[in-house]
Design a protein around this ligand. Structure first.
Ligand code: KIV
Length: 284
């Protein structure tokens, strides 16, 4: 199983690595079997699964529900639970309780928190308690209203210096890695070179140690114009639409179900294939 020590080793050995988001049993199973070393149960689930305009409405209970499903589907990957808005903002105690739920109930191995400042203290405390922390700096979606939208951060020297200072503080507080989102390539490269721990970029260029994408974006399950940093490795929305239309057509014309998808009525010999077959959902 991938551990936080392996993630550090990736950086020490100069091995670039991939992280993807996962929100359910099936996608976790597929990604785990594909050898993706880190799966993030991201609060992006609010936008790509639950249909909210931002990540802010996502609750800790929503996250735990999805974390449990991902944990059931995964065997090898390091599982990181994203602490949702207002699950760690009130106090260090609240952060400990929320992070503890991710590990105890959700089956996660680590948590991710957005921001610097007071998050540095939380990171120190969680790490002391044996809860590994992934930081998240730059474009932090939980700050969408503060940032005036989902905008690239770190464009001025002062902002870039702030990101570097926060990253250094998080590393010193014990974070095992840091996501850098929506920052210029030069800023991400500078932070990556300054840190001992690995950085994981999204919309941060090629200079980070690892990369992360939102699963639904990279599979082309989300439609419309994708942000510049997204590469669509498949076009599943189109495939699903085509499959659904073909199915509806075959149902309409009566060609589905055919004999190969139907059970015989009487006279099935005990021990025959039909007699043994289970009637349940999902592939066994
Ligand atoms: O919620 C999420 O999926 C994230 C990643 C994009 C880093 O935070």
């Amino acid at each position: 199983m991938t551990t936080v020590l392996d993630v550090q080793r990736f950086k020490d050995e100069g091995r670039r690595f991939a992280m993807l988001t996962a929100y359910d049993y099936l996608s976790a199973q597929v990604l785990d079997e594909a050898g993706i070393p880190i799966l993030l149960v991201g609060d992006s689930l609010g936008m790509v699964v639950l249909g909210y305009p931002t990540t802010l409405p996502v609750t800790l209970d929503d996250m735990i529900h999805h974390a449990k499903a991902v944990a059931r589907g995964s065997r090898q990957a390091l599982l990181v639970g994203d602490m949702p808005f207002m699950s760690y903002h009130a106090s260090v105690e609240q952060a400990i309780t929320s992070a503890g739920r991710f590990l105890q109930e959700g089956g996660m191995h680590a948590v991710k928190l957005e921001g610097g400042g007071h998050v540095v203290d939380i990171t120190r405390r969680l790490t002391e308690l044996g809860i590994p922390v992934m930081g998240h700096l730059g474009l932090t979606p939980q700050f969408v209203h503060q940032m005036g939208g989902f905008k690239v951060q770190g464009k001025t020297e002062a902002q870039a210096a702030r990101i570097l200072a926060d990253a250094t503080d998080l590393e010193q507080a014990g974070a095992f890695s840091i996501v850098l989102e929506g920052v210029p390539n030069a800023v991400a490269t500078r932070v990556t070179q300054a840190l001992r721990i690995p950085t994981i970029g999204i919309g941060a260029g090629p200079g980070t140690d690892g990369q992360v994408l939102v699963l639904h974006d990279m599979l082309g399950l989300t439609t419309g114009k994708a942000p510049k940093f997204v590469k669509r490795y498949a076009n599943l929305a189109e495939e699903i639409g085509k499959a659904a239309q073909q199915y509806a057509k075959e149902v309409g014309e009566g060609s589905f179900p055919g004999p190969e998808h139907s059970y015989s009525a009487n006279g099935v010999a005990p021990g025959s294939k039909d007699a043994k077959e289970e009637v349940k959902y999902g592939a066994g």
